[in-house]
Design a protein around this ligand. Structure first.
Ligand SMILES: C[S@@+](CC[C@H](N)C(=O)[O-])C[C@H]1O[C@@H](n2cnc3c(N)ncnc32)[C@H](O)[C@@H]1O
Length: 274
């Protein structure tokens, strides 16, 4: 009889969440203008949104500046919407948006959701849960706060994201400069072993192109996405390092510029109705 291989332990790396929150907070004012990938991914994730009844309760988990929360509000105009984020800097920005008057804002951690069981009809989360230590814990937390029949619609990253940048850094030194993520197959098995029913779960490559490595690194800084978990390194470097990095990246160069590819997972999960 074929036995399913055991799931590997989740990363032993502890995430310095205060550092993640501070870095995103500092980027709150520059985030939206730099968030090309994030907006493209959120738009695709929204394709999985379900029909909901009147006055549904919705949580946008890792809502950042609230730009994507606006899209939720437009889609469900009479819903009661809560935005949660680790970064009070990001939330302060979201709270100031006129389009989001009447939403609730909570500083909190996705891995310790500060809500009662069965509070929400829908939990949405785009490109935030890759900053968590344990996908299994995220799934357990979301399951707990969903009502029976509730939905979890999300996007996150998988292994292979920013592999060109990772390879280019290997030409410079052997320190970690790029965050690593679990392979799609592994994340899929974590979902399969959760209590959720899977409606859809797929991976898609998203590639952006840049005129130079400096443009890519600057954009990551503007997004606040430059924390490298488990490393002091956080992005921009000296001129000599940048020259070696550019040389390392040059082998990926194409007519459109330097590619930065992301392996994005899109999921729609449901808590059973009974
Ligand atoms: C790349 S931004 C995405 C923001 C928004 N969802 C969007 O699509 O534009 C990631 C956000 O997740 C937040 N975040 C990271 N780890 C978190 C955690 N453990 N709990 C709550 N929010 C977290 C960050 O502070 C940041 O605002």
């Amino acid at each position: 009889m074929n036995q399913a291989p055991t799931l590997p332990q989740e990363s032993a790396l502890r995430i310095d969440k205060q550092r993640v929150a501070d870095t995103f907070g500092k980027a709150a004012r520059t985030y939206d203008a730099a968030a090309t990938l994030q907006q493209r991914v959120a738009a695709r994730a929204r394709l999985g949104l379900p029909e909901l009844g009147d006055h549904a309760a919705i949580l946008d988990m890792g809502c950042g500046t609230g730009k994507e929360t606006i899209a939720l509000r437009n889609r469900y105009p009479d819903a009661d919407i809560t935005g949660l984020d680790l970064s009070d800097g990001m939330l302060a920005y979201a709270r100031d948006r006129k389009e989001l008057d009447g939403c609730h804002w909570i500083v909190g951690d996705i891995e310790e959701l500060p809500f009662e069981p069965e509070d929400f009809d829908l939990v949405f989360s785009s490109l935030a849960i890759q900053w968590c230590e344990s996908l299994s814990e995220v799934l357990a937390q979301v399951y707990r706060v969903l009502k029976p029949g509730g939905w979890f619609v999300f996007s996150t990253l998988a292994e292979g994201s920013l592999y060109e940048l990772e390879k280019a850094w290997q030409a410079v030194d052997s320190k970690p400069h790029v965050n690593s993520y679990e392979a799609f197959e592994c994340q899929k098995r974590r979902v399969a072993t959760s209590e959720f029913q899977t409606c859809s779960l797929r991976q898609q490559t998203e590639t952006l192109y840049y005129p130079s490595v400096m443009h890519l690194l600057r954009e990551m800084k503007s997004l606040g996405a430059n924390t490298v978990v488990g490393s002091e390194v956080s992005g921009l470097s000296g001129r000599r390092t940048l020259k070696s990095l550019s040389e390392g990246y040059a082998s990926f160069s194409s007519e459109r510029g330097l590619p930065a590819s992301y392996q994005v997972i899109y999921g729609v999960l449901r808590k059973s109705a009974s």
